[in-house]
Design a protein around this ligand. Structure first.
Ligand code: GSH
Length: 219
């Protein structure tokens, strides 16, 4: 089987797929699409992903889009270790936790939204950063309330990481990109620490990607 991942060091959605691939021990080649320079609109990539976003997974020539759909696809082609728990209620809870990041918090901070804020609404760099930190804080706060109500044991749904942990760690990776402090979110911080102790998570972090080191954002 051959797997390619179109991604980018800073892409939170690509992070989710990178972790899933690594947890499942699936080898892949990552192809960088620099979404900050507008490479997602190049004709060759538009052929691959007509939405002009990363990630896109290519599995034996088949294209799969949308990070959560990709994670579920990987769970079906290689069921172990399970990234979606058994049982309808647990699976629904795992998906709910995943969508807090993927459907609610993260989409408000992607480049096309930041670009629109700047170009159409005249927001300056500081206002755009503040917007991104606000929506990232909303995601962290929701996760903190949920993890307090149902404490991780030791991962969000039990003994092994699932799509829920990938998403909570992804929310923290987003906070890292915006240089945010997690002191107000102790349950999230503790779970993220547990996740990032696992190489599949640690190696997928934006700051561990080769593109980060050459991005000019490395500090
Ligand atoms: N819901 C999509 C999000 C895809 C997305 O917005 N990706 C961002 C990077 S994290 C992107 O490529 N943005 C390009 C842009 O906004 O122009 C997923 O989970 O895959």
């Amino acid at each position: 089987m051959t797997i390619q991942l179109y991604g980018f060091w800073r892409s939170n959605a690509a992070f989710r797929v990178r972790v899933a691939l690594a947890l499942k021990n699936l080898a892949f080649e990552e192809i960088d699409i620099d979404i900050l320079s507008g490479r997602q609109f190049d004709a060759d990539y538009a052929e691959v992903n007509p939405e002009h976003v990363v990630p896109t997974l290519v599995h034996d020539g088949r294209l799969v889009f949308q990070s959560l759909a990709i994670v579920e696809y990987l769970d079906e082609i290689k069921p172990e270790p399970r990234l979606l728990p058994a049982g309808a209620a647990e699976r629904a809870y795992a998906r709910s936790l995943a969508m807090i990041l993927a459907a609610d918090a993260h989409p408000l901070t992607v480049p096309r939204v930041r670009k629109y804020l700047g170009q159409a609404l005249d927001a300056d760099k500081a206002a755009i950063e503040s917007w991104c930190r606000h929506w990232t804080t909303e995601g962290l706060s929701t996760y903190e309330r949920l993890l307090t109500r149902r404490p991780p044991a030791p991962f969000a749904l039990g003994t092994t990481p699932t799509i829920a942990d990938i998403s909570i760690a992804g929310q923290v990776a987003l906070a890292d990109v915006y240089r945010m402090d997690l002191t107000a979110f102790p349950a999230v911080a503790a779970l993220a620490k547990r996740c990032f102790a696992v190489p599949a998570f640690a190696d997928a972090h934006p700051f561990q990607q080769p593109g980060y080191k050459t991005s000019g954002e490395a500090r």
